[in-house]
Design a protein around this ligand. Structure first.
Ligand SMILES: Nc1nc2c(ncn2[C@@H]2O[C@H](COP(=O)(O)OP(=O)(O)OP(=O)(O)O)[C@@H](O)[C@H]2O)c(=O)[nH]1
Ligand SMILES: [Mg+2]
Length: 382
């Protein structure tokens, strides 16, 4: 069964704006005109569109006052500090023990620093170039002590990440369509759930598309996130055509004037040609409805996969035009350095990072907070 807009004023959580009457009326309409039967005919609707490719009328103008109030009142997600989440990483632990073991400023410290960065997944090129720059500056007597070197390292790391600190702005299109991609088990569905919560908390109307039709459990997992956050999920049965599900969802999102549509997809490897072709098909059918969709191809990367993450991005990028990254599981056993390797290699925006499994554990990527979490300024002062 499908879940539809369920928000009623009485159920509005504290701090959430109540949906205005007009939206309620639209919600009723949506619930009535998008039933399971009509979605079951999704493939024929898709075939029709592919045959005729009719341009869809523009969505009605949004209620700007509602949006502004909603954004202003959006509840700030619960925050535990980045440092708390990142301090267990091999990066943080390696660096802190290095400066304790080796408080003297000399070439040995830099050699060890290079090894520590490489071990923490920063990548050989990035690590070498960071350390060689610091070495030159040390030989020019720029640093008075190890603490000064640490400060310079922090600045260099922040400078490496600053260019990819580009938050995702979903305001430019309606609906703004996010297509999530990535290999198996990286955290795509969980990230979608967290994003749904985030955008809903910002007062946006969100819909999800259960485009992972590979496993029945995948649809259920997305529905659970939808139910938890009061966000409708468009799905069809298992083994349905993923492009058809996402096409229907985009149609529904337009007719409902939803602001954000996030599509889930099955995890896949670049070697699975058929599944990779499916991503191309999904993007093509979306364009039958909105020539600019998907507006974001969000690739999800597991932060614990090390340098393999770099080859994953390279491969997906060749097949679908990845426009942004999410790096997940940085709270766990991740070494923490892969974010630097990705930033240096691709320069692709890192939109969010996952610092835990719950709904509020997705943070907008913040270069300074990230470096501070790995490498507190206090480290070299002990
Ligand atoms: N610690 C931690 N766990 C995470 C994070 N993001 C996702 N996970 C966990 O990673 C596991 C896999 O997440 P899914 O969202 O199912 O991954 P997926 O990419 O959708 O997987 P497939 O659909 O099988 O390809 C789950 O146990 C999540 O709870 C994170 O930021 N931190
Ligand atoms: Mg999934």
């Amino acid at each position: 069964m499908l879940k539809f807009w369920k928000k009623k004023p009485a159920e509005t959580p504290p701090g959430q704006p109540a949906a205005p009457a007009a939206d309620e009326a639209q919600a009723e309409g949506f619930a009535h005109d998008t039933d399971a039967a009509s979605l079951d005919q999704g493939t024929s609707a898709l075939d029709e569109a592919l045959a005729e490719a009719p341009p869809h009328p523009e969505a009605p103008a949004e209620d700007e006052a509602f949006e502004q109030v909603a954004i202003a009142e959006a509840a700030a997600p619960a925050k535990r500090s980045w440092r708390e989440r990142l301090s267990g990483s091999a990066f943080a632990r390696g660096l802190s023990s290095l400066f304790v073991r080796h408080p003297k400023l000399d070439d040995d410290l830099l050699d060890e620093l290079e090894t520590t960065l490489i071990t923490a997944d920063v990548g050989i090129e990035a690590s070498t170039s960071l350390v060689e720059d610091l070495r030159k500056r040390m030989h020019k007597r720029e640093f008075a002590d190890a603490s000064a070197l640490l400060t310079a390292l922090r600045h260099a790391l922040i400078a490496l990440l600053k260019p990819v600190e580009q938050p995702l702005d979903v305001a430019g299109h309606k609906p703004f369509v996010v297509l999530t991609v990535g290999i198996n088990g990286v955290g795509k569905t969980t990230t979608i759930g967290k994003l749904a919560r985030r955008y809903r908390d910002e007062g946006r109307q969100v819909m999800l598309a259960a485009g992972d039709t590979f496993r029945a459990a995948a649809v259920e997992q997305l529905k659970t996130w939808g139910a938890r956050n009061d966000v409708p999920v468009i799905s069809q049965g298992q083994d349905a055509d993923a492009a058809s599900v996402i096409f229907d969802a985009l149609q529904a999102a337009r007719s409902r004037s939803a602001e954000v549509l996030i599509a889930d997809t099955a995890g896949r490897l670049h070697t699975q040609g058929g599944l990779m072709d499916e991503l191309g098909k999904i993007a093509r059918v979306m364009k039958k409805i909105d020539t600019e969709a998907p507006h974001e191809v969000l690739m999800v990367i597991d932060g614990t996969t090390g340098q393999n993450a770099v080859s994953q991005v390279r491969q997906f990028r060749q097949i679908v035009g990845v426009t942004g990254l999410v790096v997940t599981k940085l709270d766990g056993t991740a070494k923490g350095g892969v974010v630097f390797a990705l930033a240096r290699e691709f320069g692709l925006p890192i939109r969010y990072v996952g610092l835990g499994e719950t709904a509020t554990d997705l943070r907008v990527f913040d270069a300074e907070a990230y470096v501070d979490g790995l490498l507190p300024a206090s480290l070299g002062q002990g």
